[in-house]
Structure formats: structure tokens, C-alpha cells
Design a protein around this ligand. Structure first.
Ligand SMILES: CCCCCCCCCCCCCCCCCCCCCCCCCCCCCC(=O)SCCNC(=O)CCNC(=O)[C@H](O)C(C)(C)COP(=O)(O)OP(=O)(O)OC[C@H]1O[C@@H](n2cnc3c(N)ncnc32)[C@H](O)[C@@H]1OP(=O)(O)O
Ligand SMILES: NC(=O)C1=CN([C@@H]2O[C@H](COP(=O)(O)OP(=O)(O)OC[C@H]3O[C@@H](n4cnc5c(N)ncnc54)[C@H](OP(=O)(O)O)[C@@H]3O)[C@@H](O)[C@H]2O)C=CC1
Length: 515
């Protein structure tokens, strides 16, 4: 019997960010392994046109929850969606709901965050720092609380090269930042943002670092742990390989490459690609929840959930495997044949952006205009280039994350828990994982049918022929123009033609003699 699964039995668990990528995988695993848990409270913000209940049913109706419905048929009764907006005071939770949460909650998993790199600092601080502070305040009023698990990111200290499992201080105290956001106007915040974030690449990583400091400073007597996943990718094994439901991290780029939009990326092939499957992160998170509640470590422990030091894979190898998978499992209606390359400096990046990204988009938009349709490719390409420029920081550097606490925890688990809540990335086969990831992107993100693969392959063949035809035509036009303008080119051309003519005459003459 798994000790961790048994621990969550009968518990009331509060999850923030349950409607997000990680939150869904976390809920799924909780219900599948501990179907006898009491209740899962999820803080959900109302969305236009959807009630809370509809949002929950949409999640439960997805393929991700198929197994859960078998082992826990009354799962919908055990999820209690609470209307909440983490950007509001007291999260805009009603008094009755707040009372229930405060009196019943045993464990908190705080996953909600804004993960946008370019979010306005005010918004990023509000969600990633102030909301965390408010949640801690709520937690301190929960008499039955056993553990508070805060999800951060391995990149919260990406301004360092070697990162230990400790909370690092920030140059400006989070409290000062929170206060200043209240009275500074947007224009001034925009102006001071680069100075404030200093050597952090964006507001996301900066505010996640501030969030950790808040957790450490304001955790009081709570049993707290911080988990730092690196780049979360599709599921590795559970509940099935390849599940993914948003475009963050590599997923969006896999689509862009598979559809033939992304043809080059400024990345260092040898840099470590620190991907971590979502189910691995969730297994560690649940194990940490158990350990923190049962063993009550004296201080706040930080756990790195990374792959680079135990089972490294680099972007070059990953990129090649992604491309190899497109050969077997192509995406439908590709714009061009998938064939991306890595560039490493400014000049080649600009060159390939012009030749491989902007020019085909302009040509295609011209064709759309000619055929009376609305041009859209240039806009899409500009968005892709913007995304690439934001991700560049992370694909041109390598980091070292120490994993003492994570390894310590692994050794504390029983063999059964090590199996059920496996977070040992040494067992991960990257090539197999990437193949399943690409397949998952096709099935769950693009919602493409596997039956369409032969047609997709045919389409790629047509694109290849068009490519050859286009290149030949381009060459002939260029050559014709050159001959018209340059005596040297003309001489070369006459030399080649007369050489061919002589060769053919000789060949014909010798074959006539033989007869
Ligand atoms: C020797 C070897 C040689 C090898 C040669 C081989 C060559 C092989 C070449 C490679 C090909 C293979 C392909 C790919 C393989 C991997 C490539 C590298 C991947 C790198 C990924 C690195 C990521 C690192 C991140 C690390 C950070 C820490 C991790 C975290 O903690 S949090 C999670 C990370 N967060 C994010 O990823 C969020 C990023 N997104 C944003 O910040 C924003 O969305 C935005 C990108 C700034 C865009 O903002 P906008 O306001 O412009 O748009 P909006 O968000 O409103 O969306 C508009 C539409 O765009 C769609 N969209 C959104 N995000 C993406 C995306 N990431 N990619 C694509 N499209 C996206 C969105 O859906 C909207 O669409 P619409 O609804 O249709 O309008
Ligand atoms: N994805 C990754 O690669 C990595 C993620 N992380 C961390 O893991 C955690 C989960 O990330 P992930 O699942 O990918 O993120 P998602 O963007 O998929 O999910 C974010 C969640 O936060 C919720 N949320 C956002 N704003 C509010 C708000 N104002 N009120 C209530 N809820 C809100 C969202 O709700 P809604 O559905 O309404 O939008 C959603 O449920 C985050 O803390 C992130 O920093 C760490 C490393 C890597």
C-alpha cells in the first residue's frame, strides 16, 4: 500500500491554479491514487460565458480524467469549485466559502500564477507575489492545515549559473515592491521595470523569485515547502504519455516547427534542455506534500524538479528528434515542410528570419490578396518571431541545479511509493519521450486525427515538389538576369553550352561508328 496515497485519504485539499496545465494533472493524480480523499477545493475565477460548474465539467470530460472516472465515479461531487479571483482582496471569496475553507483545509497546493514572460510588472506582482502573501495569511488562519506547498520555478534565480535548493534574497524587499505597485502609475512602472528586474530576463522569473522570498519571510509557523520545476512538458507516463493542453514552453514551438512556420531558431545546440514532464512534477509535489505534513522539517525546504543534472539532454538532440518524429507523424496542412535549423549569432539569425520567415510570409500574403482573401501570415510570423525572441534567453544558456533535497526525499520513500509517485528522471528515455510529446501535441492540442497521416504525408510530398520547382524557377530567373547584364556570365554560359554541344556531338558520332 502506498503511504502517500493513504495519507491523502480523508483529507480536504485546496488547489489554486487547478484549471491550469499543472493543476489538472495534479488533480487527476490525486483522485486516481486517493479516491477516498474528502474534498478538493479549487479556486476558480469566473470566465466569460462559462459558469464555475461548466469549467469543472469541461475538465472532467477531457480524456485526461477518463481513468479517474473509473476509480472514483463520484469525482464531480468531491470537487468543490469556489469562485475566486486571486487579483482581488480576499480573493473575492464569499464569507461562507471562506469560512468553509478556513475550517476544513488540510493541505494547500499553490499553483496559480501568471506564466507570461511579458506581463506588466503590476499584474505579475499582484498574482505571483501579493496573492501568495494573501494565501499565506489565509493559511495561518487554518487550524487543520498540515502543509502549504508553493510551486515556483527553477528559473526564479536564472540570473545565477549554479542554483542551490535555498531561497535567495532579492535586491529589493518584496514588501517594498508590493507597496510601490499600489501608488505608482503604469507609465512610471514601465519606466522602472528594467531597473527593478535587473539581470532577470522578464517579469515572470523576477516575480517568482519575489514570491519565494515572501513565502520564506511570511510563512510563520506553517509547514511550508517550495517546489521548483524547470520547463514543464507533456506527461511522460501518467495517466498516459504525451498529454499537454497549452502552448507554453516548447509546445507552441513544436507546432510552429511541425506546421513549417518555424524554420530557424537562435539556440545553442549543446545547451542543456532542462525539460521535465508534468507527471514527474506532480509526483514530486504529492510526495513533498506528504513529507512536509508528516515529517514537519524545521525549515522551509526547496525541491528542484529538474532533469539536467541527472539525465541531461541538449537542445540539438531534442530538435533533431522533434524533426525525425515529424517524418513519421506529420501535422496536417503544413505551410512548408518542417525543416528547422539552429543559428548562433545575430547576423545569421537576422538573415534566416528574413529569408525563411518574413519572405515566405510576404509571398503567401501576396498570394492570399491576389485570390481575394485576407492576408494573415505576416501577422502570424511576427508573433512567432516575438515569441522566439522571448524564449531565446532560455535556449542559449545552461544552468546547474543541485537536487539534494529531491534525492533525499526519494530515498525516504518506500519502494511502493517510489513506483506510484515516481519522480526519478534517470529512468526517462528522451527519444521516446519527445516522440510521445509530438504525438500528444498533434492529438490533444491540434486535435488532429491519426487517420489523416497518409494525407498529411502526401501534402508534404506536394510541398517538396513545389519547393524544388520554386527553387529551379528562381535559379533560372536569376541566371537569365545575370546573363543579360554581365559579359563574364555570358562567356561562362556560352562555354557551358558549347561544351555540352561538343560532348553530345562526340557521343553521337562514336555511337554511329559503333553501329
Ligand atoms: C547539432 C544539432 C543541430 C540541430 C539542428 C536541428 C534543428 C532543429 C530545430 C528545432 C526545431 C524543433 C522545434 C522545437 C523544439 C524545441 C525548441 C525549443 C523550445 C524552447 C522553449 C523554452 C521555454 C523556456 C521557458 C523557461 C521558463 C521557465 C518555465 C516556466 O516556469 S513557465 C512556462 C513558460 N511560460 C511560457 O512559455 C509563456 C510564454 N508565453 C508568453 O509569454 C506569451 O504568450 C507570448 C509568447 C509573449 C505571446 O504573447 P502575445 O500577447 O503576443 O500573445 P498571447 O499570449 O495573447 O497569444 C496570442 C496567440 O499566440 C498563441 N501563443 C501563445 N503562446 C505561444 C507560444 N509559446 N507559441 C506559439 N503560440 C503561442 C496563443 O495561443 C494565441 O493564439 P490565438 O488564440 O490563435 O490568437
Ligand atoms: N508550465 C511550466 O513550464 C512551468 C510552470 N511552473 C509553475 O507551475 C505553476 C503552474 O503553471 P501552469 O500550470 O503551467 O500555468 P497555467 O498558465 O497553465 O495555469 C495558471 C493557473 O493559474 C490560474 N490563475 C491565473 N490568474 C488567476 C487569478 N487571477 N485568479 C485565479 N486563478 C488564476 C489560471 O486560471 P484560469 O484557468 O482561469 O486562467 C490557471 O488555473 C505556476 O506556479 C508556474 O509558475 C514552473 C515551472 C515551469
Amino acid at each position: 500500500m502506498s503511504m502517500i496515497a493513504a495519507f491523502y485519504g480523508g483529507k480536504s485539499i485546496l488547489i489554486t491554479g487547478a484549471t491550469g496545465f499543472m493543476g489538472k494533472v495534479l488533480m487527476e493524480k490525486l483522485f486516481r491514487t486517493s479516491p477516498d480523499l474528502k474534498v478538493v477545493y479549487i479556486l476558480v475565477r469566473p470566465k466569460q460565458g462559462q459558469t464555475l460548474q461548466q469549467r469543472v465539467f469541461q475538465i472532467l470530460d477531457s480524456k485526461l480524467f477518463e481513468k479517474v472516472k473509473e476509480v472514483c465515479p463520484n469525482v464531480h461531487e468531491k470537487i468543490r469549485a469556489i469562485s475566486a479571483d486571486l487579483n482581488q482582496n480576499d480573493f473575492a471569496i464569499s464569507k461562507e466559502d471562506m469560512k468553509e475553507l478556513l475550517s476544513h483545509t488540510n493541505i494547500i497546493f499553490h499553483c496559480a500564477a501568471t506564466v507570461r514572460f511579458d506581463d506588466h510588472l503590476r499584474h505579475a506582482v499582484q498574482l505571483n507575489v501579493t496573492a501568495t502573501q494573501q494565501l499565506l495569511l489565509m493559511a495561518s488562519q487554518m487550524p487543520k492545515l498540515e502543509a502549504f506547498i508553493h510551486i515556483s520555478t527553477a528559473f526564479s534565480n536564472c540570473n545565477l549559473k549554479h542554483i542551490d535548493e535555498v531561497v535567495y534574497p532579492c535586491p529589493v524587499e518584496p514588501k517594498k515592491i508590493i507597496d510601490s505597485m499600489e501608488w505608482l502609475d503604469d507609465a512610471i512602472i514601465d519606466e522602472i521595470t528594467p531597473k527593478l528586474i535587473g539581470d532577470w530576463p522578464n517579469t515572470y522569473t523576477y516575480t517568482k523569485a519575489l514570491g519565494e522570498v515572501v513565502v520564506q519571510q511570511e510563512g510563520g509557523n506553517l509547514n511550508i515547502a517550495i517546489i521548483r520545476p524547470s520547463i514543464m512538458g507533456a506527461t511522460w507516463q501518467e495517466p498516459f504519455p504525451g498529454w499537454v493542453d497549452n502552448l507554453n514552453g516548447p509546445s507552441g514551438l513544436i507546432i510552429a516547427a511541425g506546421k513549417g512556420f518555424l524554420r530557424s531558431i537562435r539556440a545553442t545546440p549543446m545547451a542543456v534542455a532542462d525539460l521535465i514532464p508534468a507527471d514527474t512534477v506532480v509526483n514530486l509535489t504529492l510526495a513533498v506534500g506528504w513529507y512536509t505534513a508528516v515529517h514537519r522539517p524545521k525549515s522551509t525546504l526547496v525541491y528542484h524538479c529538474t532533469s539536467g543534472n541527472l539525465n541531461p539532454c541538449n537542445w540539438g538532440k531534442m530538435g533533431l528528434q522533434v524533426l525525425a518524429t515529424f517524418e513519421k507523424i506529420p501535422f496536417e496542412r503544413a505551410f512548408r515542410r518542417p525543416n528547422a535549423d539552429f543559428t548562433t549569432n545575430n547576423i545569421t539569425t537576422h538573415y534566416w528570419n528574413a529569408v525563411s520567415h518574413r519572405a515566405p510570409a510576404i509571398i503567401y500574403d501576396f498570394y492570399l490578396r491576389l485570390t481575394g482573401r485576407k492576408p494573415r501570415m505576416t501577422k502570424l510570423m511576427n508573433r512567432l518571431l516575438r515569441t522566439l525572441s522571448m524564449l531565446e534567453y532560455f535556449v542559449n544558456r545552461s544552468w546547474e541545479w543541485s537536487t539534494y533535497n529531491t534525492e533525499m526525499l526519494m530515498s525516504e520513500l518506500s519502494p511502493e511509493d517510489q513506483r506510484v509517485f515516481n519522480f526519478d528522471v534517470r529512468q526517462l528515455n528522451w527519444l521516446e519521450y519527445i516522440e510521445n510529446y509530438v504525438l500528444g501535441v498533434k492529438k490533444y492540442l491540434l486535435k488532429e486525427d491519426m487517420a489523416g497521416i497518409p494525407e498529411a504525408k502526401q501534402h508534404l510530398k506536394r510541398l517538396r515538389n513545389i519547393h524544388y520547382l520554386f527553387n529551379t524557377a528562381l535559379f533560372l530567373i536569376a541566371w537569365r538576369l545575370l546573363i543579360a547584364r554581365s559579359q563574364v556570365a555570358r562567356n561562362v554560359w556560352f562555354f557551358i553550352v558549347s561544351f555540352c554541344y561538343k560532348f553530345l556531338s562526340y557521343f553521337r558520332a562514336s555511337s554511329t561508328l559503333n553501329v
